[in-house]
Design a protein around this ligand. Structure first.
Ligand SMILES: Cc1cc2nc3c(=O)[nH]c(=O)nc-3n(C[C@H](O)[C@H](O)[C@H](O)COP(=O)(O)OP(=O)(O)OC[C@H]3O[C@@H](n4cnc5c(N)ncnc54)[C@H](O)[C@@H]3O)c2cc1C
Ligand code: SF4
Length: 328
């Protein structure tokens, strides 16, 4: 690991002032410190933000809920209001990593965790995300766990978070503090970006911006929800494909659907066509099949991940079926 200096901020002003282009904010450190040990991330300063006052989970606007950026993943997933009103989020978060990692990982850090593409971690290999202009090892290499939607010639990596898939399905806004002292809100679906010509940029955050909160939309899917995570082991593994499904059903008709997939694109992949298709329809197998086909017909698999198309289609149908059958 390379030498770095360490600063502990107790106010947002201290954190923002300490920031410079080669510094990194330090949340739980479960991703950043790993990457520093692998020599992938090379900050010359860490700014500890764990003592900032953003660790609470509080009532939000219009009946929503506000998750502090520094609240831990475990605390968030197990919070009474999250379990009661946002069980889809709780279910997704509890499927991630291990109890120990969830105890350390912060909500802000979860949004900013980096891809698990093996070429990104291996500094002797080309990777445009780690070293812009060096090439993409995965595009014509080992790409079994890579994207089937929205990738570019420059990068075919996927975003690995489970929490973020649920946030995309239920709807959220990310609040950030800017270095100049003002704050701004980013719609969750605009927070992560597709790789395009700049795969080194995972999000639309500007340098130095500090995430302070995640505001959840008013709850819609507390009764009918399911997070399906398909992975190689039943715990301590990232998804190959995941689906977050929420349904609002009134008198036998779907009035609203919230759907997103994980590990199929550079960002949590919101299933906009399927959501629109299902609204106003009956929750039948035929409609779930049609919604899944609408999305998966757009998939463009790579050499080694063709399996994700059928797996993804089946996962959408299964998650919708489980969501319909489930009563909180
Ligand atoms: C073995 C292992 C297995 C895992 N399995 C899963 C899994 O199955 N599913 C899953 O979803 N995740 C999984 N994870 C990832 C884990 O969820 C993330 O490492 C964690 O959420 C990151 O949070 P953190 O607070 O530790 O972030 P850190 O490592 O502290 O930071 C990550 C990045 O975010 C930045 N940052 C942190 N907080 C802020 C803020 N408030 N504002 C601005 N920038 C900020 C940091 O500068 C850094 O760049 C796994 C991790 C490990 C190590
Ligand atoms: S897919 Fe992206 S992260 Fe992986 S090697 Fe290519 S550029 Fe790097």
């Amino acid at each position: 690991m390379r030498p770095f200096t360490y600063t502990s901020a107790t106010t947002k002003e201290q954190a923002l002032q300490a920031f410079h282009p080669n510094a990194h904010y330090l949340g739980g450190g479960t991703n950043l410190v790993d990457l520093m040990k692998e020599d992938v991330e090379r900050p010359d300063q860490l700014i500890n933000i764990n003592n900032l006052s953003y660790s609470k989970i509080t009532a939000g606007a219009n009946g929503g809920l506000t998750l502090g950026a520094m609240a831990r993943n475990a605390e968030t997933a197990n919070h009474r209001d999250v379990r009661t009103n946002y069980p889809l989020l709780s279910m997704a978060m509890l499927s991630a990593a291990t109890a120990q990692i969830r105890n350390m990982a912060s909500n802000g850090g979860n949004l900013l965790q980096r891809t698990r593409c093996p070429y990104f971690f291996e500094t002797s290999m080309p990777c445009n995300k780690r070293e812009p202009g060096s090439g993409c090892g995965a595009k014509n290499g080992m790409n079994a766990v890579h994207a089937i939607f929205g990738y570019s010639d420059k990068c075919v990596a996927v975003h690995p978070s489970d929490m973020c898939v649920a946030l995309a399905a239920i709807g959220a806004t990310v609040e950030v503090q800017q270095p100049g002292g003002s704050s701004r809100l980013i719609d969750f679906n605009d927070f992560h970006r597709l790789p395009g010509d700049q795969p080194e940029k995972d999000t639309t955050l500007q340098p130095g911006e500090l995430i302070t909160a995640i505001h959840l939309a008013p709850p819609s899917f507390a009764d009918h929800y399911y997070y399906l995570k398909i992975r190689e082991r039943s715990s301590y593994a990232f998804a190959l494909v995941s689906v977050a499904a929420g349904l609002q059903i009134n008198n036998g008709t779907i009035t609203k659907a919230g759907l997103a997939m994980g590990c199929v694109a550079h960002k949590p992949w919101k299933l906009i066509k399927a959501e629109a298709y299902l609204a106003g329809k009956q929750p039948t197998q035929a409609n779930f099949d049609a919604a899944a086909d609408l999305e998966m017909n757009d998939a463009k698999p790579l050499q080694e991940n063709k399996y994700k198309v059928e797996m993804g289609r089946n996962a959408i149908v299964r998650a919708l079926t489980q969501a319909f059958d489930r009563k909180a």
